[in-house]
Design a protein around this ligand. Structure first.
Ligand code: CA
Ligand code: CA
Length: 492
């Protein structure tokens, strides 16, 4: 078995053999000659060392996996492996594993690890290193599809991928059909993440019963970039209520996780959910729409666009300090219940430059919770405080549903387009064509360009915001997630 380029381990072996040979040869020469010979040998040995001891990072190995591959093959482009697990065995930090396009029809016999009720179909537990990630990427513009429809281990929670390794970069992988086999409370997951410093890019997770990307345990410093999760509904469990399939979830105790440029729609529970996240998380340039519903419009689970908080209804295990989450440049449209939701969070959050349109109960809902003083029973719901709310817009709901459950004092609220201070009309926007939200991504994976919810020139939204630390051109940023001028403070 040979990779396409020399493997670092092979190069180390060459070095030790060469140096041992030089030491042996020097024994038989005279002292004077030996001195010269020793110097020559030292130079030769050093030269060999330079060639073989310090592998050039650019020479990292490349491996290939294909649906018609063979795990006994070399893993080359011409003779690819069949499975991700085999490629992981071969890969070292700095290496790239290319996944050829086509359907990988996963089977129950391929489950890599079982642990109690958990069945992990593929486990990425070998880490890269800082500056030398192991990359698992779609080959060129091909589309590797991991179809998990046939993987139905009885009474198990199913993960398509468990990523417990760190310094990994996954790009361009499609996961579909992940199953739920438990009829009570449970969840299945497309990508469960326990590691740190990973990048999850251009992953697509759809038409299954599972959560898309789910960060848990010590997962920290992960970037979830330009991923899409749609049409996920856990119809097998809890009578089909659909209360567990979110698009994206962050529920660990690690810091520094960022969701950027991701879309979630028609997921049966919420679009983005960090109810159990103990350290601050950032959602930016993300879109959530039609969550809590299925394509036919059936009402399913919770149905919030961004459930950006939690803990408040608990009497124990509330993190200290309470995490302060950030939601910026995000869009929430026609989610069943709330577009942007604080979800009983006991502290405030930072909400900048978001746009909410026509969400079912409210565009913005800052509901908080006052615990029971004796902590023996559920406390009472109260309006939220501690928030900083700037440059956001609300449209498409009755005025009394634009912003709800916000305390009259204790928040910093300014430069928003909220009624009654500013009531927008349809004519303030270039377009209200929601179909733009599901348009194909740009070639590099960026979100499609929108005229939907984009303020028209001359409207009161232009230049009416305040500097919140995001880039903008001109005197002041625009209000909302989509700027009239692309360079004016958002990346959409
Ligand atoms: Ca739920
Ligand atoms: Ca949820």
């Amino acid at each position: 078995m040979q990779p396409e380029k020399s493997h670092p381990l092979h190069r180390s072996a060459s070095r030790s053999v060469s140096c041992a040979a030089n030491r042996f040869d020097n024994r038989s020469v005279s002292r004077a000659a030996g001195h010269v010979a020793h110097r020559v040998a030292a130079i030769v040995c050093f030269a060999i060392s330079c060639c073989f001891c310090f592998p050039n990072r650019a020479a990292a190995a490349v491996w290939h996996v294909a649906p018609d591959g063979d795990d006994a093959a070399a893993g080359s482009l011409a003779k690819p492996f069949a499975t991700v697990q085999r490629a992981q065995k071969a890969a070292s930090p700095g290496d790239t594993v290319y996944l050829r396009g086509g359907v990988y029809k996963m089977q129950e016999a391929q489950i890599a690890r079982r642990d109690g009720i958990f069945a992990y179909l593929m486990v990425l537990d070998k880490s890269g290193e800082k500056g030398k990630p192991i990359t698992y990427a779609a080959y060129q513009d091909e589309k590797p599809v991991f179809d998990c429809t046939d993987v139905k281990p009885a009474n198990c929670r199913v993960d398509a991928f468990l990523v417990s390794g760190s310094w990994l970069h996954l790009r361009g992988i499609d996961v579909t059909g992940v199953q739920v086999t438990i009829t009570g409370h449970t969840q299945s997951i497309c990508f469960e993440v326990h590691g740190d410093n990973n990048i999850f890019e251009r992953l697509t997770m759809h038409d299954g019963q599972a959560i898309g990307v789910y960060l848990a345990r010590r997962a920290s410093q992960n970037l979830i970039l330009n991923c899409d999760a749609w049409n996920n509904w856990d119809y097998t469990s809890e009578g089909g209520a659909g209360g567990n399939a979110d698009g994206f979830g962050c529920h660990g105790d690690g810091a520094g996780n960022i969701f950027r440029g991701c879309r979630a729609w028609y997921n049966s529970d919420d679009g983005f959910d960090c109810i159990n996240q103990a350290q601050a998380v950032v959602f930016e340039d993300c879109w959530a729409f039609y969550n809590g519903l299925n394509k036919a419009g059936k009402s399913l689970g919770d149905g919030n666009g961004f459930k950006a908080g939690g803990y408040g209804i608990r009497n124990s295990n509330v993190p200290n300090p309470i995490p302060r989450n950030t939601v910026r440049n995000c869009i929430a449209v026609r989610n069943k219940v709330s577009g942007f939701y604080a979800n009983h969070h006991p502290g405030g959050g930072d909400w900048y430059n978001n746009s909410a349109y026509a969400n079912g109960r409210a565009n913005y809902n800052f509901l908080c919770h006052k615990p029971d003083p004796d902590k023996t029973k559920r406390g009472v719901d109260i309006p939220g405080a501690g928030h900083v709310i700037r440059n956001n817009l609300s449209h498409g709901t009755p005025p009394d549903r634009a912003v709800i459950q916000l305390a009259a004092t204790g928040n910093q609220i300014d430069h928003n387009a909220f009624p009654p201070g500013m009531v927008l009309s349809d004519s303030d926007f270039e377009s209200l064509d929601e179909t733009q939200l599901t348009a194909p991504r740009q070639p590099g994976g960026g979100l499609p360009k929108l005229t939907f919810l984009k303020p028209k020139a001359g409207t009161p939204l232009i230049g009416a915001g305040v500097n919140v630390g995001l880039p903008f051109a001109g005197e002041a940023p625009d209000i909302g997630a989509i700027s009239q001028s692309p360079e004016k403070g958002n990346r959409n």
